[in-house]
Design a protein around this ligand. Structure first.
Ligand SMILES: [Zn+2]
Length: 375
């Protein structure tokens, strides 16, 4: 009996220590059952935190103190991105997003950096250029480190003559020049995954998205520009503006084939990509090929997620999802453990530490000057 009691006491001490370690590692808001049965991968999140990670693609519009606390706990920074899309009720205009992002920046002590945008819809109106440049310069003086351009160019907008308006339209050129002159960066979400132009395929990572957003599903609109033509326009923009840094969101919409990215990196020194919402596409390609690509182009890939937090959203549930995503991605990039995606197992890439440091921190600092204040 005495032996049993001391064993029990030892077990309780071990359990208390395990809970303490989880709290220290930033997983404290996990479920009690997670604390009782520690996830073997939990030990990896301190590795993520040690990188001083930067999530270079997020959309946080709720200034919730628990979000700020999570950033601090994970030693994490984000690029908080505004986006204008007149098909979406929340994203119709720059406000309230810009005000929301500035509030998030304040409450996080600057861990959320401000990425502004501009409305492209008025490009045929008199004074568009002057007004847009004035707005952007105001945002730059207010600390904006980047400017998002969006897929509505090439996939939604038409001019008065009924022609598609593409990202390299001459109306936008003075704006790109102004961004470059201010040493700011463009985040370019142009085109979409290949599956946007293909028949519905339940095994595609984006199947659910196009089911929910038929208005964005190019396959259902055969009159829309082809993906190849939109990417050719993006490449033209890169060639025309060699002094403009451009980070292609979502693996630059070349998600199915790392060779496509490699060709652009070789051709355009002003181009990098983020991984936002496309990490599974790296799992789906041959592991050795993806690993070699990330090592060769270790200066050109920025870690990003596309995670979000909307005003009024259930923060506890959202933050649990954020942590799960970081854990999965970190395991995939940093370890050779099995990572599960859609019920299938993929072996992690176990990238060398210096490469991880670039993807998770250094590249964001380089491509978005000012994202870490004072750096
Ligand atoms: Zn996004």
């Amino acid at each position: 009996m005495k032996f049993w009691n001391s064993k029990l006491a030892w077990l309780m001490l071990a359990a208390a220590l395990a809970v303490l370690m989880l709290q220290v590692s930033g997983l404290d808001a996990g479920s009690p059952s997670a604390a009782r049965q520690p996830n073997p991968a939990a030990a990896d999140l301190p590795g993520f935190t040690a990188m001083a990670p930067i999530d270079a693609h997020a959309h946080v519009y709720a200034d919730d103190p628990s979000f700020a606390a999570m950033l601090k706990r994970l030693n994490l920074r984000i690029l908080d991105i505004c986006v204008i899309d007149d098909r979406d009720a929340f994203s119709k205009a720059l406000e309230p997003q810009r005000g929301d992002v500035l509030k998030v920046r304040r409450i996080t002590g600057g861990r959320a950096a401000f990425c502004t945008t501009f409305s492209p819809y008025g490009f045929e109106e008199a004074g568009f250029k002057e007004q847009t440049i004035r707005q952007l310069n105001h945002d730059f003086s207010n600390g904006a480190v980047a400017v998002k351009i969006y897929k509505v160019m090439g996939m939604e907008m038409k001019n008065k003559a009924g022609k598609w308006v593409m990202a390299d339209d001459p109306a936008f050129e003075p704006i790109y020049q102004d961004i470059a002159a201010h040493n700011r960066t463009v985040v370019a979400h142009l085109a979409e995954p290949d599956s946007c132009w293909q028949p519905p395929n339940p095994s595609s990572p984006d199947y659910g998205y196009y089911k929910e957003h038929p208005e964005e599903y190019a396959y259902a609109h055969p009159d829309w520009p082809s993906k190849a033509s939109i990417l050719a326009v993006r490449d033209h923009l890169l060639a025309e503006n060699p002094r403009l840094r451009v980070v292609g969101a979502h693996l630059g919409s070349m998600e199915t084939d790392v060779d496509q990215m490699a060709r652009r990196f070789d051709r355009y020194p002003n181009f990098a990509v983020d991984t936002a919402a496309r990490v599974p596409y790296l799992m789906l390609q041959p592991r050795a090929k993806v690993r070699a690509f990330l090592i060769k182009y270790q200066d050109r890939v920025l870690y990003g997620t596309d995670l979000g937090l909307m005003p009024g959203e259930n923060t506890t549930a959202a933050l649990r999802h954020w942590r799960e995503e970081y854990l999965r991605d970190w395991r995939f990039f940093a370890t050779d453990e099995e990572v599960t995606y859609h019920g299938k197992q993929y072996e992690g890439l176990k990238l060398p530490q210096p490469v991880l440091r670039k993807i998770f921190h250094d590249n964001a600092v380089h491509w978005f000057p000012g994202i870490v204040p004072g750096k």
